[in-house]
Design a protein around this ligand. Structure first.
Ligand SMILES: [Zn+2]
Length: 412
């Protein structure tokens, strides 16, 4: 085998995560997630929906950050339906987009009971092929084709669909276990079978309806690597995502690094878990969803020991009861909380208090005019987020005021 396959992460927090019921992120929060994913060395962030109008300014502003080298090397990928109309609209509204995933349902259930005669097996493939070709012509550098409900799709049809996608120029097939009905055994077998027939890198997109999401993602990626092909695992920070969620970003990375039998499989070497603590805490705050006490790696109990034998053992040698080190996840540093007077910056802040806030962050403004301009943006950011801004958000606005202005701008 000449090519040593690798496992990459495509995080979908800003797409599957935000389309989830009852939770959402502001456009500034989505931007911060992109920045943190980039710092973490994640291969691609599925950063949003190019045909959704309230996303337009945010998407274009983030592509500007990519151009400036701020959001780099992370790839910013858009999600859209695999239809010619969606492709046309996506490139019209977000002309700088370079990476896309085009999605269409492939199962009997969806073709018969969702499309209800509008599309059949033949026209699903035809529509997908046309949209791949159009996306390429419009300037897409990488194209993933999503087989929605792949886990309930007849294997012969999935093979035919994937072969057509590859021939049309797709770079990857996204195998979607849309309902979360796969098990590690079935997903391994199915992806292996598919890739033996059609040699194309695979994206593994799993859901947690049976509590198997991380296991399934790893098994699916392993199948691709065993066929000599690269695998891309779809994750969400803190396991957010439709219904019971997608594969948790940190758990997936830990499973590849520390799972028994995974030693021979290579994770993208750019991944740096040092950002784990920061991104998970931030996402929890932004979504308003607490991190469970028993969350792998970043839960409050992930490195806590109380019972006699465990505490004694952990103190003698951490390896007695800890699989990996808390330092590796960016934990262990002090968290400073102001316990006396504190000035905050909000929707109705004035210039004196505002300058005090930024002095504490060691941000210096050129003159009063610049300070006033940033103050106005910080007021808007508070209206936009509807919760106190974190230090990194305040710093971002001061550093990229023109980008921030675009992110906040929305005209219905
Ligand atoms: Zn999904």
């Amino acid at each position: 085998m000449t090519h040593k396959p690798k496992i990459y992460i495509i995080d979908v927090t800003n797409r599957d995560g935000v389309q989830t019921s009852r939770i959402c992120l502001s456009k500034l929060e989505k931007t911060m997630i992109n920045l943190y994913l980039n710092e973490m060395g994640v291969f691609q962030s599925e950063f949003g929906f190019p045909v959704t109008h309230h996303e337009t300014n945010y998407l274009n502003a983030n592509l500007e950050l990519a151009k400036k080298g701020v959001l780099s090397p992370v790839r910013l990928g858009g999600w859209l339906r695999a239809t010619r109309d969606d492709v046309r609209n996506a490139f019209k509204l977000v002309p700088g987009i370079k990476h896309v995933n085009l999605s269409i349902s492939t199962s009997e259930q969806m073709i018969l009971h969702k499309f209800k005669g509008k599309l059949d097996h033949g026209s699903v493939i035809k529509e997908m092929v046309e949209s791949v070709k159009d996306a390429r012509k419009s300037g897409a550098e990488s194209i993933g084709v999503n087989a929605e409900d792949a886990s309930r799709t007849k294997m012969d049809y999935l093979i035919e669909f994937s072969r057509a996608a590859k021939e049309a120029g797709a770079d990857r097939i996204r195998y979607c276990d849309t309902l979360g009905c796969d098990t590690p055994f079935t997903i391994y077998e199915r992806i292996r079978h598919l890739l033996e027939e059609v040699r194309i890198p695979i994206e593994v997109h799993c859901h947690n309806d049976l509590g198997l999401v991380v296991a399934n993602s790893i098994a699916g990626a392993k199948a691709a690597c065993d066929c000599g092909l690269d695998a891309y695992i779809n994750t969400c920070v803190n396991g957010m995502g439709e219904r019971a969620g997608n594969a948790d970003l940190v758990s997936v990375i830990l499973a590849i690094k520390y799972g028994n039998g995974m030693q021979d499989y290579s994770l993208d070497e750019k991944i740096d878990l040092k950002m784990a603590w920061k991104i998970c805490k931030y996402a929890s705050y932004a979504f308003g969803v607490p991190i469970p006490i028993n969350q792998p790696g970043v839960g409050a109990n992930a490195f806590a020991h109380e019972s006699g034998i465990h505490a004694d053992g952990a103190l003698k040698d951490r390896r007695n009861y800890e699989l990996y080190d808390f330092e590796e996840l960016g934990r262990g540093g002090p968290e400073i909380i102001e316990t006396g007077r504190k000035i905050t910056a909000g929707e109705y802040s004035g210039i004196k208090g505002f300058r005090n806030v930024y002095e504490k962050l060691e941000v210096v403004f050129r003159d009063d005019q610049e300070a006033t301009q940033v103050l106005e943006l910080v007021r808007y950011a508070n209206v936009h987020n509807q919760k106190p801004l974190v230090d990194d958000e305040l710093k971002f606005i001061a550093k990229y005021p023109e980008i921030a202005r675009k992110i906040f701008a929305m005209i219905p």
